[in-house]
Ligand binder design. Structure first.
Ligand SMILES: O=C(O)[C@H]1O[C@H](OP(=O)(O)OP(=O)(O)OC[C@H]2O[C@@H](n3ccc(=O)[nH]c3=O)[C@H](O)[C@@H]2O)[C@H](O)[C@@H](O)[C@@H]1O
Length: 449
């Protein structure tokens, strides 16, 4: 009995112990699967976070742009914008190689005008650091090709958005820039109806962010920036002079550029920033912008697609003061060379500073139909032309620059006529896109004349 009761006691004890082990095991299992679940959740969340930032999957341009901005901001400040190698590239690129050379931050350096200006400045011995967000307004592969061109000249581009305040502050901490050539913008007159917010984001918010950072910098740099001939809007005076009225913009694009000019006045007035706005007149040339008429006309003519040539609502020819890129580069360099120093430092004004606005045009308006016939000759292809009344999309019928002021202050003198400039453009175009040898032959023989 005693044995059986002992046995039953020990069996009970064993059962109890095994029960406890099972409970413990289950608890352990539950705890570890909880831990595993949490870890998996964390990893999944991190993956979603990174993928959302890297690959915006929306088809909407405005949202796309916003995602692109977020991506570059995140990566630029958090990853690319740190590290000894990155900082060394920033320093090397912005260090001048000539006595009293400038140290210039070029925003929009992978853009059309930005690329040409950066190369010209670097070649004469200035230090040039680029900034660009490589957005998708037009084919980013063209921007990457321009970046390669710049990197061959030892020009480094920081990949970040103008609105990336920590990144801009960091750059100004590392480099005592003497100048900023501010060319980054949401360009294009007609696209403003499709994606208005992108113009506010870049041309207003981005510009203000840049001015906020530069006003606080010590030393404050002098700033030369891209305004636009479109600010003249519905101006009737001819040719357009800087003193003409600019309070009737015909597009949101023009309105944001005009707003930029007013914002420039404010920062000059309060903080003593030296500011020069350049009103570019329809700039064209090699490495140009695919969204501009001369560029997509070339593409469409070569592909046998029809093109629309606008006429005004009064049936008149639409005309532009097309300006060749090399002339614009000379104008930008002239404006930089004559820009006086900002007078403030660390956010405080110490005296009055320079505030300027200049037209940079070619001074000879050409009808769009004439541009097309020059292209037809160069490409050796007849265009399928449709003459249509200008849609109400922000376009203006006519532009014509008076450049007296730029000539007086920095000897600006455009020297390239439209036929010569377009020949250079077409030569570049056929080489870059590798099109028709017949076009090449024609262009080369023309070029030799
Ligand atoms: O200089 C300026 O202020 C502006 O010049 C260009 O704007 P835009 O002159 O309109 O240049 P394009 O878009 O290349 O148009 C050139 C001409 O072709 C005409 N056009 C355009 C498109 C089209 O399908 N057909 C057509 O006849 C336009 O009305 C315009 O007269 C740039 O796109 C702006 O960024 C710049 O600020």
């Amino acid at each position: 009995m005693a044995l059986s009761s002992d046995l039953s006691k020990s069996t009970k004890l064993e059962r109890y112990n095994s029960y406890l082990r099972r409970v413990n095991n289950t608890k352990l299992l539950a705890a570890s699967s909880k831990l595993l679940f949490r870890a998996t959740l964390l990893v999944a969340l991190l993956l979603v976070f990174f993928f959302t930032l890297n690959y915006p999957i929306t088809g909407n341009d405005a949202q796309n742009n916003a995602s692109i901005h977020t991506t570059s901001r995140f990566f630029s400040s958090g990853f690319y914008g740190s590290g000894a190698t990155w900082e060394k590239q920033v320093r090397q690129s912005s260090t001048p190689r000539r006595p009293n050379g400038f140290s210039i931050l070029v925003t929009g350096a992978a853009g059309f005008v930005g690329t040409h200006c950066s190369i010209a400045l670097k070649k004469r011995g200035d230090g040039v650091l680029g900034l660009d967000n490589f957005n998708r307004y037009y084919d980013p592969s063209l921007k990457r090709a321009r970046q390669k061109l710049l990197s061959r000249q030892q020009i480094f581009i920081v990949e970040a958005d103008l609105n990336d305040n920590p990144m801009l502050m960091k750059l100004f901490d590392i480099v005592p820039f003497t100048h900023v050539l501010h060319l980054a913008a949401q360009a294009g007159v007609r696209y403003a109806m499709q994606n208005p917010q992108s113009y506010i984001q870049s041309n207003i918010a981005g510009f203000v962010n840049l001015l906020e950072v530069t006003k606080a910098a010590d030393p404050q740099p002098a700033i030369v920036w891209a305004s636009s001939s479109s600010v003249y809007g519905l101006n009737k005076d001819n040719p357009f002079s800087e003193t003409d009225r600019t309070d009737q913009p015909a597009s949101l694009y023009a309105a944001t550029k005009k707003a930029g000019e007013e914002i420039a006045h404010t920062y000059n007035h309060i903080y003593g920033l030296s500011l020069t706005g350049l009103r570019f007149f329809t700039v064209y040339g090699p490495w140009g912008r695919p969204d501009m008429a001369y560029f997509f006309f070339t593409k469409d003519i070569l592909q046998g697609k029809p093109i629309s040539i606008y006429k005004t609502h009064d049936g008149e020819e639409v005309q532009r003061d097309f300006t060749y890129i090399d002339d614009i580069v000379k104008g930008c360099v002239g404006a930089l060379d004559t820009a006086e120093k900002s007078t403030g430092s660390g956010g405080k004004k110490r005296g009055p500073a320079q505030l300027r606005v200049y037209n940079l045009g070619n001074t000879s308006p050409v009808p769009v139909a004439r541009l097309v016939s020059i292209l037809e000759g160069l490409l050796n292809v007849k265009a399928k032309k449709h003459l249509i009344t200008m849609p109400r999309n922000g376009d203006v019928p006519y532009t014509h620059a008076n450049v007296t002021l730029a000539r007086k202050d920095f000897a600006y003198k455009p020297t390239t006529d439209l036929a010569t400039g377009l020949r250079k453009f077409v030569k570049w175009y056929v080489g870059y896109y590798g099109v028709q040898p017949s076009v090449k032959k024609e262009t080369t023989s023309n070029a030799a004349k």
